[in-house]
Design a protein around this ligand. Structure first.
Ligand code: ZN
Length: 189
């Protein structure tokens, strides 16, 4: 990303918004915003496979592995405003498991792009499936969208929930219910 070019565009945007980009408080704002966008969209410049590689281990467990409450911070592609919340991941390994810390980095890699929550959820699920060749994968994401909370519709408390289920989580109701029960039951604490 060309941060100097982005800073120029933010400088122009400030003028269009009716601001004076030369006043003291805004003097370094274009540069700061450009740097913030570079970070918030760094997922475009990361390779999810490279993140996971080296953190997939052989294991002969076929229990359900659950990782709850992974923090999610992303930008909606319709308004470029933040949406944020939590992500819960579950999978049943066949031969490989993935390091827990890598799950969070995987979520970040897809979240640091312009997204819609549905696609973000699906991408995380598919990446885990591809990396581990799991029997099944489930991802549930619960997020609040500032584009809804800050603007006219003002649904202050609306939490959007999306899910993506693959393999046995999709095909077998008992497996899917076990997953939802595990994350649901524990979430009430
Ligand atoms: Zn939006």
């Amino acid at each position: 990303m060309n941060t100097e070019r982005v800073a120029e565009l933010i400088h122009s945007l400030l003028i269009e918004l009716g601001e004076d980009p030369n006043r003291e408080g805004l003097a370094r704002t274009p540069q700061r915003v450009a740097e913030a966008y570079a970070y918030l969209t760094s997922g475009y410049r990361e390779d999810p496979e490279a993140i996971i590689n080296g953190a997939v281990f052989e294991a002969c467990s076929n229990n359900m592995i659950i990782c709850r409450d992974i923090e999610v911070y992303s930008l909606c592609e319709h308004h470029m405003l933040p949406f944020f919340g939590r992500c819960h991941v579950g999978y049943i390994a066949q031969s490989h498991v993935i390091g827990l810390s890598k799950l969070a980095r995987l979520v970040d890699c897809y979240a640091r792009r312009l997204q819609i929550q549905e696609r973000l959820t699906a991408h995380v699920a598919q990446a885990i499936m591809d990396a581990t060749e799991a029997e099944g994968v489930g991802v549930v994401m619960e997020c609040r969208h500032l584009c809804m909370m800050m603007r006219g519709v003002a649904k202050q408390n609306s939490l959007m929930t999306t899910s993506s289920v693959l393999g046995s989580f999709h095909d077998e109701e008992a497996t899917r219910m076990e997953f939802l029960d595990l994350i649901g039951r524990e979430m009430r604490h």
